[in-house]
Unconditional design. Structure first.
Length: 564
């Protein structure tokens, strides 16, 4: 049956927007942004932010910008820019003409910095990094003023211009905001806003040898783009006072009109059985615990796409978990359930035998085959039926036969009858074994008047129903059975060594026998393999006429059962 999408959970940001629209603060305008740094691949946590920012803009007839916060040239590259834009598009969003780069605003940011110096709100500091750290104080003790804090405006301006001209070595000086070294908020103790760094930038090349700090650049970017709601995760809450201080000073200098962008923080996604730390993801890739950034076991969006997860499943998930100010953990099974619900409604049904053993119908003619018919989707009869050929020799699952079955086993064993799904009723007559006692073939006879869909086919009642594919027509393919990358809900736990919790069975590659129509599957085509779960034709390794399949998710949540 079809699973209706859940009603979206609570979202406190919508309440803020509704109140502001009622007061006329923004004249009904909603302008948001998704601002990734192009220094890595997006992961599941970013998907929550993407759906939040683009979703709010959509629902309030506003716009959402895609902006690259590229202020750290040493770690950024065009590769990440391309991967990020592709992932956002894959999730279903389009920014139209609103694609921006922080680096395109470097001239404005520099002008803002000169203004802050001239207004007495910034100074050039020559302390070393260690000295600056010791002057900063602690969470319980105030900091103390740098001896360079009293430099004159003219001296600061001249030095800052010399920094830009490349007259000083990297790290020799920084530009700091002049706020309050005794502030209880350590982020207001004269934070650095510019540093000297000779590094080639993917967008501006070698034009600059000084670069703005992220916390300085970000609010200016928001103001330049007339963002109304600057939505970020809770770790930036302590930075909000500096965000507001900076934009207030620049508004006084007539750089930006009021009202100014409003920073709003929400709880980031904490998901069990995965790691979302960029450092840990890099370690997994660099140390080759996974095959690359698009490994289907990784929580990256490129990995999720290759795994077969759907954009619709992501939307269902983000709607279900809602948006709050409180941190909490979401079990990975909730995410899988949302994906499973979407796939149940959309994936065509197909037959695959993953652990094949031969079934020989002894009384079926060796030179004959015939067509059976199976629905493409049982809940969508409008999708029609497909031909499933039947012949004398079939592949069935090895677990569907037992010589000496336990009580309650209704599949094949000597003397028992079952129905071949979409085919005939058969009666098991025995099996063949090799020298080691391994079963190599199962034998049976079929009852000619019991073919599914024909008059009187249900005259013989059986309890068992097994799936199969014709050995003469089957497509043998590589199938990858993916599972969770970690065995524990919070990898690393108290020890912090998350690698100890890697799941040694997170992927198993097999050769399976599939119904012949699957040979024509295109990359990223998704199917339900009956009894086994949902699978996708791998978008990287599949070739025309030779698809490789990845398991996306099982039919039911089997994780608790298999890990007990």
């Amino acid at each position: 049956m079809s699973h209706e999408a859940p009603t979206p959970a609570a979202n406190f940001i919508r309440n803020i927007i509704d109140e502001q629209n009622a007061s006329g603060k923004w004249n009904g305008r909603v302008e948001t942004r998704f601002p990734p740094e192009p220094n890595g691949y997006l992961h599941l946590g970013h998907a929550k932010s993407i759906f939040l920012n683009f979703g709010l803009a959509r629902d309030y007839n506003g716009v959402c910008h895609l902006r690259f916060d590229d202020t750290n040239p040493e770690k950024e590259s065009q590769e990440y820019v391309d991967a990020i834009t592709e992932s956002v598009k894959w999730l279903g969003f389009d920014w139209g003409k609103h694609l921006y780069f922080a680096s395109n605003y470097f001239d404005t940011m520099y002008a803002c910095a000169e203004y802050l110096i001239q207004a007495g709100h910034a100074y050039v500091d020559s302390l070393s990094a260690d000295e600056m750290r010791s002057y900063r104080g602690t969470l319980t003790e105030p900091g103390k003023d740098s001896p360079y804090r009293s430099r004159s405006v003219d001296e600061n301006l001249a030095m800052f211009r010399s920094m830009r001209a490349g007259e000083f070595a990297d790290g020799a000086h920084v530009l700091r905001a002049k706020i309050n070294m005794a502030s209880p908020n350590i982020n207001l103790r004269d934070p650095a806003i510019y540093r000297i760094k000779r590094a080639h930038h993917h967008n501006t090349g070698d034009t600059w040898c000084i670069y703005p700090m992220y916390t300085y650049a970000h609010p200016i970017e928001d103001a330049i783009e007339h963002i109304t709601h600057s939505i970020c995760t809770l770790e930036f809450e302590d930075q909000r006072p500096f965000y507001d201080w900076l934009l207030d000073k620049l508004a006084d200098g007539n750089f930006f009109p009021r009202p100014l962008p409003q920073q709003i923080e929400f709880a980031r996604l904490n998901l069990t059985y995965v790691v979302l730390s960029k450092r840990k993801l890099i370690q997994l890739v660099d140390e080759k615990h996974v095959s690359g950034w698009d490994d289907p076991r990784l929580p990256t969006l490129v990995g999720a796409r290759r795994r077969g997860y759907t954009a619709e499943g992501f939307k269902r998930f983000t709607d279900r978990i809602g948006v709050s100010k409180s941190d909490g953990w979401i079990d990975y099974s909730v995410f899988e359930e949302c994906q499973r619900d979407v796939l149940n409604d959309t994936a065509l049904r197909r037959i695959a035998v993953l652990d094949p053993v031969k079934l020989i119908i002894d009384n079926y003619p060796a030179d004959q085959s015939e067509d059976c018919f199976a629905p493409n989707h049982p809940q969508h009869p409008d999708l029609g039926k497909r031909v499933v050929p039947l012949s004398k020799e079939l592949w069935i699952e090895r677990e569907d036969f037992m010589e000496t079955p336990p009580k309650g086993y209704f599949r094949l064993f000597p003397g028992n009858s079952v129905r071949l799904r979409y085919g005939y009723v058969i009666t098991c007559t025995g099996c063949d074994k090799d020298a080691n006692g391994t079963i190599t073939a199962v034998h049976c006879d079929y009852l000619p008047d019991t073919k599914s869909g024909t008059p009187g086919s249900d005259s013989i009642k059986v309890k068992g129903n097994i799936h199969w594919v014709s050995a003469a027509h089957a497509y043998e393919a590589e199938v990858r059975l993916y599972d969770r990358l970690f065995t524990t809900a919070q990898p690393g736990g108290e020890s912090g060594d998350f690698l100890k919790d890697l799941n040694p069975d997170s992927v198993r590659t097999i050769r399976a026998q599939l119904e012949p129509v699957l040979k024509d599957a295109n990359a990223e085509d998704r199917f339900q393999f009956e009894r086994h779960g949902y699978f996708v034709a791998d978008r990287v390794d599949s070739k025309l006429g030779e698809p490789v399949f990845n398991r996306t998710v099982t039919l039911k949540d089997s994780w608790v059962k298999t890990t007990k």
